[in-house]
Design a protein around this ligand. Structure first.
Ligand code: SF4
Ligand code: SF4
Length: 400
């Protein structure tokens, strides 16, 4: 089978040492050789060599969350999640896919989001009485603008001017747009005061399609969103989701555009944020509550965003109230939600999340994270401690 994405050196570089077995979250739960990294690579070789291409390989190939922990431990320098994604792409290209893969592909094609919601992606903004400019009706009138946020006279010039004023765009993502609209709103309220705007017509970033092997289908979304970014005039994208961040940073070829996370952006604009809060008679009031932080795999391990969320949390609760989990940073264990596993193997996904919750230190009031998929999966695993987005914590600290 032709695997366009497979790095053949990687495929045959694996020496079957089994180092990766001890860290694979799917193997931890199943104990099955076919569901650990080494077994998956042997199966991928079989697919590549044309010896295996029936449904018997699906559970092995599709139960990988693409967490990347195995990459950290591999002495041969193999990148197993890339091989898994390539194998999925090779199989889907010949029409071989699970019902879950097919459903996600069709849902994104129909609705431009992973959730199958046929609603306004910016509904959260409109419900709050705001438009894309961040102004309400009164604000618009006071600013002499119409509902598009543009001046009636000299629309074209005003449009050009408005565009150049946006230095960054907040890429909201499917989950916050439709499942966590309050987080989207709180994030946007902060970011717009730090110079950020929104894309006029954001669509799914394409991450679920790429992880599941639908590169060609993702290409249309990438093209669309890239054009939207260009149109905005911004030189920075601030992603509100670890999966979007990883995809925008590594799967989009955006020349001259910086892709960053919400925590990094807020932290690098912290004095501007404090100035704005002061003007509003507010501040970041230190919250005297003990919290911990879960590293999302796709911002943490895959892109090394470890320090900014921790620094922001310490800014909010003080260093003494920040307690680390047992396995952190590049050794952070996966929430179990990524790579299509939450949708395709929900029981396994929740078992991984339960296992991750055992890393939570005693006595914390909140588990903080920076990814809505981690938030969702860890919350669904049924622990006693609420899992919240870092922006929710910041909002608690800035409430008057
Ligand atoms: S990426 Fe994660 S789930 Fe996939 S094989 Fe590696 S350790 Fe296992
Ligand atoms: S650690 Fe690397 S070389 Fe060893 S079995 Fe895993 S992927 Fe192969």
């Amino acid at each position: 089978m032709s695997f366009e994405k497979v790095d053949k050196r990687d495929l045959y570089r694996c020496v079957s040492c089994g180092n990766c077995r001890s860290v694979c979250p799917a193997f931890e739960q199943t104990g099955r050789e076919s569901k650990n990294t080494r077994g998956r690579i042997l199966i991928i070789r079989g697919i590549y060599e044309g010896k295996l291409d029936d449904e018997s390989v699906f559970d092995s190939i599709n139960s990988c969350t693409t967490c990347g922990y195995c990459t950290e431990t591999c002495p041969a320098g193999v990148n197993p999640p890339k091989l898994v994604e390539a194998a999925r792409a090779g199989l889907t290209k010949t029409g071989k896919m699970t019902p879950t893969q097919m459903r996600i592909r069709d849902t994104v094609a129909q609705y431009s989001n992973t959730l199958g919601v046929d609603g306004d992606r910016l509904g959260w903004l409109k419900e709050a009485g705001l438009n894309e400019t961040g102004l309400n009706e009164t604000g618009l009138k006071e600013a002499g603008l119409n509902e598009t946020g543009l001046n009636e006279t000299g629309l074209k010039e005003a449009e050009g001017e408005a565009k150049t004023k946006i230095k960054a765009v907040y890429f909201v993502g499917c989950l916050d747009s439709y499942r966590y609209p309050q987080t989207a709103l709180k994030t946007y309220k902060i970011l717009k005061n730090l110079g950020a705007g929104l894309l006029e017509n954001e669509k799914c970033c394409g991450s679920p399609l790429i992880r599941l092997g639908f590169d060609r289908e993702a290409a249309d979304l990438i093209k669309h969103n890239a054009e939207q970014v260009k149109k905005s005039g911004a030189d920075t994208i601030i992603a509100g989701c670890a999966g979007c961040f990883n995809t925008l940073k590594n799967d989009y070829a955006l020349e001259g555009i910086t892709v960053t996370t919400v925590s990094e952006y807020i932290l690098s604009h912290i004095s501007e944020l404090k100035d704005w809060l002061a003007a509003e008679n507010s501040d970041i009031h230190k919250l005297d509550i003990p919290v911990t932080y879960h590293d999302p795999c796709h911002s943490g391990r895959h892109n090394r965003v470890f320090d900014a969320p921790r620094a922001l949390i310490r800014e909010i609760v003080g260093a003494g109230n920040f307690k680390e989990m047992t396995n952190i940073r590049e050794k952070s264990r996966c929430c179990g939600g990524g790579g299509g596993v939450r949708s395709g193997y929900n029981e396994l996904s929740l078992a991984m999340a339960k296992s991750r919750l055992r890393d939570v230190p005693a006595g914390v009031q909140y588990i903080i994270t920076t990814c809505p998929l981690c938030l969702r999966n860890l919350s669904d695993a049924g622990g006693d401690i609420p899992v919240i987005d870092i922006v929710e914590l910041l909002s608690m600290a800035t409430e008057k």
